[in-house]
Write a protein that binds this ligand. Structure first.
Ligand SMILES: [Zn+2]
Length: 312
């Protein structure tokens, strides 16, 4: 492969959009983040992303969009559909019927692929991260929302028309009734999103804690922190056991902001999973932290995805 080839990885999030320029080895050459305008026309926004990207190229490398060394853009956005190239409806962004792939191709004058962000993060981990030597794993992103990316037989699995792999919306048994961002009740995301975890902390302590505080108190063996961790791990593992028995993964890779709770959190998940999962899988499913950065996982995946798409 040509080592001078470059790709953009872009992640359009509810609050911020990240742009990374990568080389073929997965090295991030330049990184920029800018606010995502809420509930506005995506057309000028994609144009703005292209201008920012061109600025990176011209100021840092003396190149322009359309240069033959730029092989394309891999972009993540909520509800982005790889097969149709569209975002039919993304409530967080206020987008409806957006031909996102086409907008990227026109503005960047190159090939483009679009995916949801958790799928991209899984592709990144497979190519350059914790999933490099695994053929079957499920990446779970615990952040503003809860996402899942399935790598089965070494390839990203999306389900028919890219409507599957929405692991954040598996139903979990619970004595409470908590609304999910999608309008459903008692989905994994109802409890494991950043907001869900904060609500659980408040219910258990009457206090408002950050995820960082939860992590540090847990590592200090604080009893209340332990209770909180055990509660959210029970909820998480309820979802994971269903996914495990369906797909038989070698590992769950935990990414997103909550993954900063780290190895001690993973150990609690692993112990509980082995208690709850079907006996055939006991001791056989690893719990690993994502190794690409929590904030940049999806842009790594975007670049990996477009390299695969164009150069395979
Ligand atoms: Zn849901």
């Amino acid at each position: 492969m040509n080592n001078d080839q470059l790709a953009f990885g872009i992640d359009i999030g509810g609050t911020n959009t990240k742009i990374g320029l990568f080389d073929y080895s997965g090295k991030i050459l330049h990184f920029r983040t800018l606010p995502t305008p809420s509930h506005s026309d995506p057309v000028p926004f994609i144009k703005q992303l292209a201008q920012e990207s061109e600025h990176i190229l011209s100021s840092e490398l003396g190149m322009k969009l359309g240069d033959r060394r730029i092989i394309g853009v891999g972009a993540g956005a909520p509800m982005a559909n790889y097969f149709t190239g569209n975002v039919d409806h993304a409530p967080n962004l206020g987008w409806r019927n957006v031909p996102l792939k086409k907008l990227f191709e026109e503005n960047f004058r190159s090939r483009a692929v679009i995916e949801n962000d958790a799928n991209l993060a899984a592709v990144g981990e497979k190519r350059w991260g914790a999933g490099k030597n695994l053929s079957d794993f499920i990446l779970i992103t615990l952040g503003t929302g809860v996402g899942a990316g399935l790598i089965l037989d070494g390839r990203l699995y999306r389900g028919h028309n890219a409507l599957g792999a929405e692991g954040g919306h598996v139903l979990i048994p619970h004595e409470k009734k908590r609304l999910c961002s999608c309008g459903g009740i008692n989905h994994l995301e109802s409890y494991l999103s950043a907001r869900g975890i904060k609500q659980t902390i408040f219910e258990l302590t009457g206090e408002e804690w950050t995820i960082e505080k939860l992590g540090s108190e847990f590592n200090n063996r604080d009893l209340r922190a332990s209770t909180i961790i055990n509660t959210i791990v029970d909820e998480l593992v309820s979802g994971l056991t269903s996914m495990a028995v369906l797909f038989g993964p070698q590992a769950f890779i935990i990414g997103g902001g909550v993954s900063k709770l780290g190895e001690s959190f993973n150990a609690v998940i692993k112990k509980r999973l082995d208690e709850m999962v079907h006996f055939s899988l006991r001791g056989k499913v690893q719990i690993i932290s994502a190794t690409l950065s929590a904030e940049k996982g999806a842009i790594y995946g975007g670049a990996a995805h477009i390299f695969d798409e164009v150069l395979r």
